[in-house]
Design a protein around this ligand. Structure first.
Ligand SMILES: Cc1ncc(COP(=O)(O)O)c(C=O)c1O
Length: 494
């Protein structure tokens, strides 16, 4: 707040001292007042060995009594109507006076009303309460068209989903108004008692959704996206230039696991700030080539080995990844973005049995709001022949929690999106229900039905089918003519 511009702000806090008042056993109090709260300074500080200089400071609206000065009787009546709270600032006793009944004073007597203020207030109030179609018909109209597009088309994009009404209500709520940099119990701003409750509930539900126990797993629900979640893991655990290894993007991995083009252009921040080297699928079978992966990992010695991807239709062999990570001394991370809903519903194997860190988007099969989440191991590391497993750093406890939380905030992000966190908590509650399990089972059945239909039409599917919710249809053998012919034949049937 710019204190120098108080004359324009219309707000003032008067701060006066009574250097001239005579000493008395109970030091008189100096009055600093607006109309409903008055602040008094105990003048005894003036007689202290280090008297503070008197500083005029104006923050609150001036009392109109000052304008009508000279009526001492009225001042005495006012004092009777006030409640006193005593406290001290920098060791100076102070007294805060609050009007018991502000309504009893006529408004015009208490405020010097600025011309035009009421009409400005009315304008702001009206604008604040306008519905979207009124406030911005242009955006509303485009949003309506997008709604129709979503409802009328058939969406077969494996990364997308439709959230429920409750999630949308939380996303479009007043929670967006609150700033809360930090974590529950340790925020930069005041007024976060309810935001803390929401974030704590979100932690609890995230652990419950994946059957995790809080002694062994912690979670961060603040990442704005899974790309930021992954980058936070690298930032927390690595130094710039350290090595990571994930599935190659053309093999079905994700850019946020590091990618450069065949020409050497570094595409994602993961490969700009860290060194990345990919493993691949076998081009004949479409399955991950675990033999080659092991060979590469032993040569390259990544600090983080990543499993999980964007377009891999088969189960991941997490046990095998664990063996390779232990052999080459890497932390094992799974990015389960696509399949987290299926994992929560126990329709796919769980990476939590083998991995140190698990990240995910929250908006794909998990069916929550758009964002990211990071799970990390905490507590004691498992031991093998007396030696703690995992990146042989000599410590017996995991240190992921502090490093990852610090990387998310303050290193990479500011205030969390509280509307998103509440919406995520709602989605995670649904994930733990039998209805959600049934829904995930149906998603799998639908993917398998589509796979069978395509196979019957002699389409080539990478790996010959699917274990999850997505299919990879190999169009490379068809050529452009073949693809167009197939699309036209489909259009005829629909
Ligand atoms: C495996 C994987 N990780 C990360 C992401 C990126 O997620 P976001 O869009 O939230 O950054 C995706 C998105 O498709 C993904 O498939």
């Amino acid at each position: 707040m710019d204190l120098s511009s108080h004359t324009q702000s219309g707000l003032s806090l008067s701060f006066h001292s009574t250097n001239s008042s005579p000493p008395s056993p109970t030091p008189p109090k100096t009055m600093i007042a607006d109309d409903s709260i008055s602040l008094q300074i105990d003048s005894s500080y003036c007689h202290s060995p280090n008297p503070m200089p008197s500083k005029p400071l104006q923050l609150l609206e001036e009392r109109t009594e000052k304008l009508h000065s000279g009526n001492n009787d009225e001042r005495v009546d006012k004092d009777d109507e006030q409640e006193e709270v005593e406290f001290s600032i920098l060791g100076h006793p102070m007294c805060l006076k609050r009007q018991r009944d502000c309504q009893s004073l006529p408004f015009t007597k208490r405020f010097a009303v600025e011309p035009g203020l009421e009409s400005r207030r009315a304008g702001v109030r009206a604008w604040g309460n306008q519905s979207l179609p009124l406030a911005d018909p242009e955006i509303f109209d485009i949003m309506e068209k997008e709604k129709q597009r979503q409802f009328k088309g058939i969406e077969l994009i494996a990364s997308e989903n439709f959230v429920c009404r409750a999630v949308m209500e939380a996303l479009g709520s007043h929670l967006t108004n609150k700033y809360s940099e930090g974590y529950p119990g340790a925020r930069y701003y005041t007024g976060n008692q309810y935001i803390d409750q929401i974030e704590n509930l979100c932690f609890e539900r995230a652990l419950k959704a994946f059957d995790l126990d809080s002694d062994n797993w912690g979670v961060n629900v603040q990442p704005y996206s899974c790309t930021s979640a992954n980058f936070a893991v690298y930032t927390g655990l690595l130094l710039p230039g350290d090595r990571i290894m994930g599935l190659d993007s053309p093999s079905g991995g994700h850019l946020s696991h590091g990618y450069h083009t065949p020409g050497g252009k570094k595409v994602s921040a993961a490969s700009i700030f860290f060194e990345s080297f990919p493993y691949k699928v076998n081009p004949q079978t479409g399955y991950i080539d675990y033999e080659k992966l092991e060979e590469k990992a032993m040569d390259y010695r990544p600090k983080i080995l990543i499993c999980g991807g964007s377009s891999y239709p088969r189960e991941w062999d997490y046990g095998r990844f664990r063996q390779i990570a232990d052999k080459c001394g890497a932390v094992l991370m799974c990015d389960m973005a696509h399949i987290s809903g299926l994992i929560a519903a126990k329709e796919l194997a769980s990476p939590f049995d083998y991995c140190d860190i698990v990240t995910s988007t929250t908006h794909k099969s998990l069916r929550g709001p758009r964002g990211g989440i990071i799970f990390f191991r905490r507590g004691k590391k498992p031991r093998k022949q007396g030696i703690p497993l995992n990146h042989g750093d000599g410590c017996s406890n995991y240190d992921f929690e502090e490093r990852i939380n610090f990387a998310v905030h303050p290193s990479l992000q500011g205030g969390p999106h509280n509307n998103h966190i509440a919406a995520l908590a709602i989605a995670l509650k649904q994930v733990a229900t039998p209805e959600y399990k049934a829904y995930m089972q149906q998603v799998k059945k639908n993917a398998q039905a589509l796979a069978s239909a395509l196979l019957r039409r002699k389409c080539r599917l990478v790996t010959g089918g699917t274990d999850n919710h997505l299919l990879l249809w190999d169009l490379s053998t068809l050529g452009l003519r073949g693809i167009l012919a197939f699309i036209f034949s489909l259009c005829k049937h629909t």
